[in-house]
Design a protein around this ligand. Structure first.
Ligand code: GDP
Length: 458
């Protein structure tokens, strides 16, 4: 589905690969082309804007980690933002309710609703049998007893179609009663579901060629009568923005819990997949990738993002480099801590890390033997504003002062304070905190980590 978009983005970002340093103009030029590529892929305009606005500040001035080129860094930033836009984590079917759990299938006619109903039912019936270990999430790990019912009384052959699919898939269908209306069928399905000890009831509602009030009213009535745990909208990826508008309308009128995007095996430009989450706030849960009954895939945002960019190798390269560097930095710091050489430059580096990670749970937490510094920082109650201020203070010091805080007497303090726009008291406080940290680190080194934690009362 993403072939065209993937090629375009590959070209744009590929050109960035060799650059030495990435400035605002480079990023802007690249993002202009990313923007065009997204628009050409039929991604909704507000979604494109939101995407670019999100990537830009992350890319401009991004710290380019060692052993990676700035272009590669941008690829990683665009990739991560794509993943976020696609919903972050894979979203599983929710079947957590007292059985029989109702799954309501909604969507326009021809979207693939009936086929998808049978695909999901079959997958649930089979359980883990015959599927790749990580192809599906937890919701498909157990075998389920599934009953399908077609509520489509407008298209004469619809109920028969589901019955035949059920037979092929080895899934039970509710016997057809001629002229019965959707609400009647719903009630009978619920009764049969309870009586027959079914785990899941799948209700395949009627579609229309376009959204109309009558359809929405009918689906809403079925929803009220059946209290579904999942209401899945089935949408055709080939219809691009129309699919997104359909999803929005169904979500507003009926309320949906997830989306199944069908025909991703075709040459759809991918815009629907990219816009769905942002526009509806609902996750894409599954993909229909063919007419065959087993052509159903779980939607993995990270895998899709990688497919769109076509640069999985670079993304994992940057990830590996980042891990290595974090480990190296952590080891270097740990060595300094052990020797009692934790100076103000190290503190500055830690403050920056803290701020980047938005909390105390990052690097410090990973350091064996540096739990003490973390404890001291926690005690100092560092929030983002405080951290920024402390960074500014350290940056106003000379390299010599950072290495030997002992030489910072009254006149130096005044100079640092005016340089950082701070009070001398704040300089004192920071120096005191640093001195306390160093003292604690030395204490730990003497008594070992366990003894230190005991001394803190933990
Ligand atoms: P409904 O009207 O929404 O119930 O749509 P159907 O389930 O009857 O599907 C309409 C047509 O689309 C059928 O010919 C299906 O085989 C086909 N179809 C459904 N899902 C997919 C898919 O993921 N890929 C492809 N290529 N065809 C599909």
């Amino acid at each position: 589905m993403f072939d065209g978009l993937s090629k375009k983005l590959g070209d744009v970002l590929g050109r960035l690969r060799g650059r030495g340093a990435l400035n605002e103009a480079d990023v802007d030029a690249a993002l202009r082309e990313v923007r065009l590529a997204l628009l050409e892929a039929d991604v909704a305009l507000p979604v494109v804007k939101q995407f670019i606005d999100g990537v830009r500040p992350k890319a401009v001035g991004a710290e380019v980690i060692r052993s990676v080129s700035p272009g590669q860094m941008v690829v990683k930033i665009v990739h991560d933002h794509l993943v976020e836009m696609l919903g972050g984590e894979a979203s599983e079917l929710n079947l957590n309710a007292v059985p029989p759990v109702v799954v309501l299938m909604v969507g326009l006619q021809g979207s693939g609703k009936t086929t998808t109903t049978a695909k999901i039912a079959r997958r649930l019936t089979l359980g883990p049998q015959g599927m790749a270990a990580d192809a599906f999430g937890g919701s498909f790990k157990e075998r389920k007893k599934v009953l399908m019912a077609s509520l489509d009384v407008t298209r004469p052959a619809a109920q028969e179609q589901l019955r035949i699919l059920g037979e092929q898939a080895g899934v039970a269908t509710l016997p057809i009663v001629p002229f019965e209306q959707p609400l009647g069928i719903t009630r009978r399905a619920l009764d049969e579901g309870r009586r027959g000890g079914y785990d899941v009831i799948m209700l395949d509602t009627a579609g229309r060629l376009a959204i109309d009030e009558q359809l929405m009213a009918e689906v809403a009535a079925v929803r009220d009568a059946s209290k579904p745990t999942e209401t899945l909208l089935v949408a055709d990826a080939m219809t691009g923005q129309d699919a997104v508008n359909t999803a929005r309308a169904f979500n507003e009128k009926v309320g949906i819990t997830g989306i199944v995007l069908t025909r991703v095996d075709g040459d759809a430009r991918g815009g629907a997949a990219l816009s769905m989450r942002t526009v509806t706030g609902r996750p894409i849960k599954l993909l229909g990738a063919g007419e065959k009954i087993d052509a159903l895939e779980q939607f993995h945002p990270d895998r899709i993002a990688t497919r769109i960019l076509g640069m999985g190798d670079i993304v994992s390269l940057v990830e590996r480099a980042a891990e290595t560097i974090e480990k190296e930095d952590a080891e270097k710091l740990a060595a300094k801590v052990r020797k009692g050489q934790f100076d103000l430059d190290d503190l500055l580096q830690q403050l920056r890390q803290l701020r980047k990670m938005g909390g105390l749970q990052g690097l410090m937490g990973m350091l064996p033997g540096a739990a003490q510094a973390k404890a001291a920082m926690q005690k100092a109650n560092l929030d983002e504003k405080v951290i920024k201020r402390q960074e500014a203070i350290i940056q106003s010091m000379t390299p010599k002062e950072r290495r030997n805080p002992d030489i910072i007497h009254a006149s130096r303090k005044k100079r640092i304070a005016s340089g950082a726009g701070a009070q001398v008291q704040e300089i004192n406080k920071l120096l005191k905190q640093h001195a306390e940290m160093v003292k604690m680190m030395k204490r730990v080194n003497k008594m070992g980590e366990k003894g230190f934690m005991r001394s803190l009362g933990n």
